[in-house]
Ligand binder design. Structure first.
Ligand SMILES: C[S@@+](CC[C@H](N)C(=O)[O-])C[C@H]1O[C@@H](n2cnc3c(N)ncnc32)[C@H](O)[C@@H]1O
Length: 221
């Protein structure tokens, strides 16, 4: 059976678009592609595939909770809160449109459960980063319009504090994109998740979060 050329073009366009999004959101430089990368919440691994096809990188691993990545030798179905890799395996851990945002909407919405998943996810990402390595997550939603954003923001703050204390990492939060104001009236949003809304508040701001692990090997020399 041959694939309809229109369908193939659609898939290629989608992959190209995803690739561009990764590079922009995560501020990836050409040098980054020489690193050993782990993409968490990778979907089917389009970023690894597109990077390989462009001759940029062939050492990108992908993990996703629901999807089997294209390259099974360099990927797995796994939960970011329990990564199947030894400590200090990767130079760069990345996540585009996935971690931590998706963790606030899974299973159990209560604040403690969301916080625990996000703290565990950050802990795991930093654990598998080599000394001198980096974790980059984007976009990370910050905002207070909906209760879910408030819970997510508080959990991210807590998770960043946790990894700072545990691994002595440096953290940078870079605002990307525009601040999104509410375009809804209170009446329009009143029914959403039973939320109490306020149309003057910020809906959300998006950040690139960069976590840098200290280079302990250099310190010892
Ligand atoms: C919006 S998609 C983004 C996919 C890809 N990064 C992209 O930009 O095209 C979010 C992905 O996160 C994955 N995901 C959700 N929860 C996860 C978890 N706990 N651990 C790993 N991946 C997870 C989902 O299965 C989904 O593929």
């Amino acid at each position: 059976m041959t694939i309809n050329p229109e369908r193939l073009k659609h898939i290629e366009d989608h992959e190209g678009q995803t690739f561009k999004e990764y590079v922009t959101n995560l501020r990836l430089s050409p040098e980054d592609f020489d690193k050993k990368i782990l993409d968490v919440g990778s979907g089917i691994g389009s970023f690894a595939k597109a990077s390989k096809e462009r001759g940029l990188a062939n050492d990108i691993y992908s993990i996703d909770f629901h999807f089997v990545p294209y390259e099974t030798g360099k990927g797995a179905v796994a939960d970011v809160t329990r990564l199947p890799f030894p400590d200090k395996t990767f130079d760069l851990i990345i996540s585009n449109c996935a971690i931590p945002n998706v963790l606030s909407s899974q299973f159990d919405h209560n604040k403690e459960a969301v916080e625990k998943r996000i703290v565990d996810a950050f802990d795991e990402c930093v654990r598998v980063a080599k000394d001198g390595g980096e974790v980059r997550l984007s976009p990370v939603f910050r905002g207070d319009y909906f209760e879910s954003y408030r819970v997510l923001s508080a959990a991210v703050t807590k998770a960043l504090q946790y990894v700072k204390e545990k691994y002595n990492v440096d953290v940078e939060e870079i605002k990307i994109g525009d601040k999104r104001e509410s375009s809804f009236s209170d009446e329009e949003t009143a029914h959403i998740d039973g939320e109490k809304s306020d149309s003057d508040r910020i809906v959300r701001e998006d950040y690139l979060v960069i976590i840098k692990k200290p280079n302990n090997n250099l310190d010892e020399n």
